[in-house]
Write a protein that binds this ligand. Sequence first.
Ligand SMILES: Nc1nc2c(ncn2[C@@H]2O[C@H](COP(=O)(O)OP(=O)(O)OP(=O)(O)O)[C@@H](O)[C@H]2O)c(=O)[nH]1
Ligand SMILES: [Mg+2]
Ligand SMILES: [Zn+2]
Length: 333
Amino acid sequence: MANERIARVAAVDRDQLLLIDETGSFRAKLSGNYLYRHRLAQELPCVGDWVCVEKHPGDDLGLIHSLLQRRTMLRRKAAGRAVEYQMIAANVDYVFIVQSCHFDFNIRRLERYLVMARDGGAEPCCLLTKTDLVEPSVLASQLAEIRAAGITAPVITLSNVTREGIDDLRRFLLPGKTYCFVGSSGVGKTTLINQLIGSELYETKSVSGTGEGRHTTVRRELVALEGGALVIDNPGMREFGILAADGGLSGSFADIDSLGPACRYRDCTHTSEPGCAVLEAVESGEIGQEHYDSYIKLRKESEFHQMSHAEKRRKERDFGRFIKSATKHLKKR
Ligand SMILES: Nc1nc2c(ncn2[C@@H]2O[C@H](COP(=O)(O)OP(=O)(O)OP(=O)(O)O)[C@@H](O)[C@H]2O)c(=O)[nH]1
Ligand SMILES: [Mg+2]
Ligand SMILES: [Zn+2]
């Protein structure tokens, strides 16, 4: 159709979406038909999505008819037992996992984010901010901890105050690629994005003495940098549910997975079996106890996730039967 085009979602505000294409930005709504056919949160367009939108000259709002298939997606399990995902962003090339080396650094949380990034098909990169607030030795031990945990993703250390490391980050950014910043509140995500943009476009707020943030950013937004890279800021995240992801898990625990074939039993769970190569490696210190523990913990959560997936399918089936019997009842009347 002449008035249909492809645009990218830059922000979602309630029922209105901010779209961008080569002509600039404009607002749009989802068509009634689209809303009728898509009920799950993850089926609705999110920041970074490409959509097909109809807009006639003179129209205030565009009308979105369809969502293009996502190349990658960042999502997390929504709170509660039912399987619903909260979409963070779509079509992200790199996820910047931001932690402040001052109070916020946490290797287990880092591992969770790494799983989330790889699970969604995006490349992770760790950013350690606020290096101006810690002694070089503290930073060095955090870097050592990251490597000791078997994390091979790139790590960039920087300070928004001294600007040390900012150029390393700039060099990382490629035109046309999309970068999504995630991490706790107050670690400096927005400050960093403002630095990259070169202006105080977005609001930032100082944090309390303990370094605890205040959730300053409340909206997700995709912006284009001068060099052509696209960045997405995010509100600070609380702990999140992990997604099942063999691919995601093995990315962070490649050392453990690579030992699997050496176990005596092919379906070894690496928990109590005789002749388990993983347990032997933990015993000998080749694999760190904590790294192993977090592998087991994350895997348990994955199993739980898969189970609730089955639950979800059963519920859908029940709902289908309910609809069938309800409509049968209607026809009879
Ligand atoms: N000392 C120091 N302070 C920083 C640095 N980066 C950011 N800050 C400060 O940390 C506070 C929080 O920064 P924000 O950029 O708002 O943090 P955020 O990650 O966007 O937080 P949310 O939007 O709540 O998720 C602000 O007062 C910043 O000035 C840094 O490298 N060093
Ligand atoms: Mg922010
Ligand atoms: Zn084993």
